[in-house]
Design a protein around this ligand. Structure first.
Ligand code: AMP
Ligand code: MG
Length: 403
């Protein structure tokens, strides 16, 4: 069967609505080392077993004292205390601080029994063995209490929390060297086309290097997925069908190329035979020949071969679904307003994603064409032109969504 021309085009809004009904969060879990856990999502609550810190500690280098002993101390009328020991970090105190005595103490060392405050070293003087206290302290001063950071029994971080540098600090403070997280959705990436050669290979006279696999893999990682790159296949129905079957082992399947209306564009046929096609073309530029289907419950995207179309739709359509499957919140959009530096034309009837470079308050158009990946590489973001608008004048203030 050759292909069904005259396919129905779907609007971007409808496409988004359709996609929002698909993509169940992946519930498989794994344990990962702390240094690999940034941006991963906790699969269970982290409950505090032991308070952090476990002991009351000094917040200053100085002397642990009984606050009452220092009452009235000034530079002119210092209080004299006898030094009983010096407590360095990592050691438990051995002596009690009784009335009239003190213990030298380092920042982070445990407060000895009997003491209830710390005098900063800057507020003391030494005259041989005794310590002269030059300023009074109140009870609790410069003492960090046990459990000041986390108390036993509390949930330090809840299931569903996205780990960050500070949250990894919490996990480490609790003593865990590894953490239980949801597995990342595995995303099969399959670039198709007789003309496509992997970077590093040698090009025939009519061939080009595959830019989509690299760009898609990076976009997938950025949004919480694990790319699983399948070996490239040519425009051969049998080979494509076999490759497609193998990709169905993964949580999401992304094809690039072969979704258009050419004689050798077999993908839509293959996908339609295997599952349910939800849309097979978009009123969108770039990115019209984009297919979304589910096959045995798995989201399957047929991405356009043109690199700009392919990557734009990865951001626009694949990322939100992927993030949901990865237990990640929607990406935070960063939008800046900028003045369009020159007029931009747009095709009637198609929503356009228009890449621009932002320089100060100017938005400079950089779109060359759907096949030219520098259209995106030289852009800082894009603005959207609704389907019914055919041109946007120079000087118009546009909202640029930054990449
Ligand atoms: P197709 O979607 O297969 O009709 O391809 C549309 C255009 O994108 C053609 O010019 C292809 O050569 C090009 N193309 C397809 N796949 C890739 C790829 N992986 N990397 C770069 N260009 C591609
Ligand atoms: Mg092709």
């Amino acid at each position: 069967m050759a292909y069904r021309p005259g396919r129905q085009l779907t609007s971007v809004e409808e496409a988004r609505a359709i996609l929002s009904a698909h993509g169940e969060p992946v519930m498989r879990v794994e344990r990962v080392a702390l240094d690999a856990a940034d941006q991963r999502v906790l699969s269970r609550d982290l409950v505090v077993a032991n308070a952090v810190p476990r002991f009351a500690r000094s917040m200053m280098d100085g002397y642990a004292v009984r606050a009452a002993d220092t009452a009235g101390a000034t530079r002119e009328h210092p209080v004299t205390l006898r030094l009983v020991e010096t407590i360095y970090t990592g050691r438990a105190p051995t002596a009690q601080v009784a009335a009239g005595t003190c213990a030298g103490i380092a920042t982070g060392a445990p407060i000895p029994a009997g003491a209830d405050a710390v005098v900063m070293i800057e507020h003391t003087a030494r005259e041989g063995a005794p310590v002269l206290v030059l300023q009074a302290v109140g009870p609790g001063q410069h003492v960090g209490r046990a459990g000041s950071d986390l108390v036993a029994g509390e949930i330090a971080l809840a299931e569903g929390t996205v780990l960050s540098p500070a949250r990894l600090g919490v996990v480490a403070a609790l003593g865990f060297e590894a953490v239980d997280v949801y597995q990342r959705p595995r995303v099969a990436i399959l670039s198709t086309g007789d003309e496509i050669v992997a970077p590093g290979g040698s090009l025939g006279p009519a061939q080009i290097f595959d830019s989509n696999t690299a760009a898609l893999s990076a976009a997938i990682r950025l949004h919480g997925g694990e790319p699983v790159v399948a070996p490239r296949v040519g425009d051969d129905r049998k080979a494509l069908t076999a490759a497609f079957k193998r990709c169905l082992d993964q949580d999401i399947v992304l094809f690039s190329g072969g979704t258009s209306v050419g004689e050798r564009d077999y993908l839509l046929e293959i996908i339609a035979e295997a599952g349910t096609v939800h849309f097979e073309g978009l009123r969108l530029k770039p990115g019209k020949p984009t297919v979304f289907a589910t096959v045995a419950g798995r989201p399957v995207f047929g991405m356009p071969g043109n690199p700009v179309s392919c990557l734009t739709n990865a951001y626009l359509l694949v990322a939100p679904l992927l993030r949901r499957m990865a237990h990640l919140p929607p990406a935070t959009e960063r939008v800046v307003r900028a003045r369009l530096s020159s007029e931009v034309e747009s095709v009637a009837g198609r929503h356009q994603i228009y890449p621009v470079r932002v320089d100060g308050d100017a938005a400079i158009p950089v779109f060359k064409g759907s096949g030219e990946i520098t259209s995106l590489a030289h852009a800082d973001g894009y603005f959207e032109i609704p389907a019914d608008v055919e041109s946007v004048d120079a000087g118009t203030v546009v909202e640029v969504t930054l990449f």
